[in-house]
Design a protein around this ligand. Structure first.
Ligand code: 1PR
Length: 563
């Protein structure tokens, strides 16, 4: 008897488990159909893809028991896919949902905005009278959404289904149902387990209610809702931690200048050029304690990059998995893990496909994985042979949804003489800009992709890579810049705009932030959804709270966390 959680076996459910543990709620996993009979309340944190969820539930004999459970009148809380399964069908999949809510789930229109809808947005109660028996949703709070498909709020076409609508949210000019509530069932399209303290409060309130308070009647009366001039989706601020083993073997957060993470030697001896780049690995702190610090300062997302990929450990002993596990227990905003997400081989010869590597990180508590070098190779293959479908991006996106797959690009400017250059990237050249090193003045450049943390240049431009990974099914692009990394000169707006204007998935600008103004510049000068920084946060030159205040002062929508 008691609280049960449903895991369909291919989604990241660890985040919800962590939030329940943090809140002190005990729970049991549903592992077989007969467990449903023992549940007095049930939470289904369905992160991932609709089709995978339905198929896995059906294959494990859990779909019908789930329907019976919900129809039995016992409390049900579905999150994201856990809410969407209540509906009839989805553009995402030929498989049918439970059909409890008579409405179709459709894809967002990406003609005038990025899809997935990713980030912090508000949830507006349909009726103010609902506030009195609230589910803990506050209109002043922001909640974390990540999805490409939604139940559009359409009370004329689906009047019965819209009775279920408890809150709506606007993205672009589309209004969708962001939570549903009727009788014993409640569901949110957003992720309360990833929505910081606002989300934890919501979960706690739902779990703390007596069973009798979970019966809701009468339902809301559907009514027209006019879109506002602008949605409330905020610009995200991401704190990034590059993690590697230092020379003593401890995992530390480090930070390079243009990807060189070692201290510069202080020697002036001109014969020791080697020593100039061979100092100790910079140690800026411990990954888990820094992650906790950034979470409480209001970071909207955290990113942990394994920049040495700890090549010699078997997958299940990867030191980075332990870091992710520990961080995920304490932080309740999205966590992206990058570095080494590719097909690997354990030291004993066991092959680990990229999907298995990613799954290990998702089980440890990651919400997204970030793919670097492997994405470059995949696009090179795509351009050379047209081959796609079996790589890391595609297999992970198929199982976990494209929103879980970030591609991290590490470009470097390739300078050319604009008078004489007649190479394949002449349509991508950036001309006449005063920035760049003294030695390259007067030259133009294109943005060249690299692999292995910038160690190797490839004959592939950023534009080719960005378009290619979008075609392969990536859900977001992180645009680093080796030229700007660690320099504090500000984001490379030419680079960021190049990517932003050529793809329809969310883009994160990275590298070069040196002041709060640089964040304002990147959001004014480009349409990116998020901006990432590392060095200035690690060295405490700028606090995340100060960045948010600067954004709000400049009229840019940002999420402030009450301290
Ligand atoms: O190729 O899939 O194994 O992924 C490796 C990942 O590790 C990639 O995401 C790559 O960017 C990252 N990486 C590899 N080597 C380094 C290095 O520094 N030597 N870190 C590295 C890259 C770049 C940013 C950085 C921003 C902001 N870090 O994430 O945090 O530039 O810095 P700033 O605000 O201080 O300017 P794979």
């Amino acid at each position: 008897m008691g609280l049960y959680l449903l895991d369909y076996g291919a989604g990241n459910v660890q985040s919800l488990a962590n939030s329940l543990t943090k809140l002190g709620h005990k729970f049991t996993w549903i592992s077989q159909p007969s467990d449903f009979a023992k549940a007095t309340s049930l939470v289904f944190p369905g992160v991932g893809a609709f089709e995978t969820a339905i198929q896995h539930l059906a294959d494990r004999g859990l779909l019908e028991p789930l329907r019976e459970y919900i129809n039995s009148g016992r409390p049900y809380f579905g999150i994201c896919i856990g809410m969407q399964v209540l509906f009839e069908s989805s553009d995402e999949s030929p498989s049918k949902g439970l059909g409890i809510i008579p409405c179709h789930i459709s894809r967002f229109d990406d003609s005038n905005k990025s899809v997935p809808h990713m980030g912090w947005n508000t949830a507006d109660l349909i009726s103010t009278s609902q506030a009195s028996e609230s589910e803990g949703i506050e209109e002043s709070s922001f909640y974390y959404f990540v999805h490409s498909f939604c139940a559009k709020y359409d009370y004329e076409r689906y009047p019965k289904a819209m009775e279920w609508a408890y809150t709506t949210t606007q993205y672009g000019d589309e209004i969708f149902v962001s939570s549903v509530r009727k009788n014993n069932a409640f569901g949110t399209q957003f992720h309360p387990e990833k929505s910081g303290t606002a989300g934890l409060k919501l979960i706690d309130e739902w779990l703390s209610k007596p069973e009798s308070s979970h019966t809701h009647a009468p339902p809301s009366i559907p009514k027209p809702i006019t879109p506002r001039p602008e949605h409330r989706l905020t610009k995200r601020i991401v704190a990034c931690m590059d993690v590697r083993a230092n020379d003593q073997g401890d995992l530390v957060v480090t930070k390079g200048d243009q990807y060189d993470v070692r201290e510069k030697s202080t020697t002036s001896d001109s014969s020791s050029i080697k020593a100039n780049t061979a100092g100790a690995v910079r140690n800026l702190g411990k990954p888990v304690s820094l992650a906790e610090k950034y979470y409480s300062s209001g970071a909207d997302e955290l990113c942990l990059l394994n920049i040495t990929s700890f090549r010699h450990s078997p997958l299940h002993d990867q030191p980075m998995l332990a870091v992710v596990r520990a961080a995920a227990q304490e932080i309740f905003v999205p966590l992206t893990i990058g570095g080494g997400i590719k097909d690997t081989v354990d030291p004993d010869g066991t092959k680990r496909p990229a999907l298995e590597v990613a799954s290990a990180y998702f089980r440890a508590g990651a919400d997204k994985v970030s793919i670097g070098s492997e994405a470059v190779y995949a696009v090179e293959k795509l351009l050379a042979t047209g081959e796609k479908g079996k790589g890391a991006i595609e297999t992970i996106a198929h199982a976990y949804g494209k929103q879980a797959v970030v591609v991290s690009i590490d470009p470097r400017r390739a300078y050319v003489d604009p008078e004489t250059y007649d190479g394949p990237y002449k349509n991508e050249l950036v001309y006449g800009k005063p920035d760049g090193p003294e030695t390259e003045r007067g030259k133009a450049w294109w943005y060249q992709c690299t692999v292995s943390g910038g160690r190797e240049n490839r004959q592939l431009s950023v534009l080719q890579l960005a378009k290619g990974v979008e075609e392969l099914g990536a859900g977001e692009i992180l645009v680093n810049s080796i030229d700007r990394d660690g320099t504090g000169l500000g984001f490379d707006l030419d680079l960021v705009n190049l990517v932003r204007k050529n793809v329809r998935i969310p883009v994160v600008a990275s590298s070069g932030a040196g002041s709060t103004e640089h964040f304002v510049d990147v959001f004014r000068g480009t349409d990116v959804e998020a901006a990432l920084a590392a060095g200035i946060f690690h060295r405490e030159e700028v606090k995340i709270e100060e960045v948010k205040e600067a954004l709000i002062g400049a009229g840019i929508n940002a999420r402030i966390v009450p301290q």
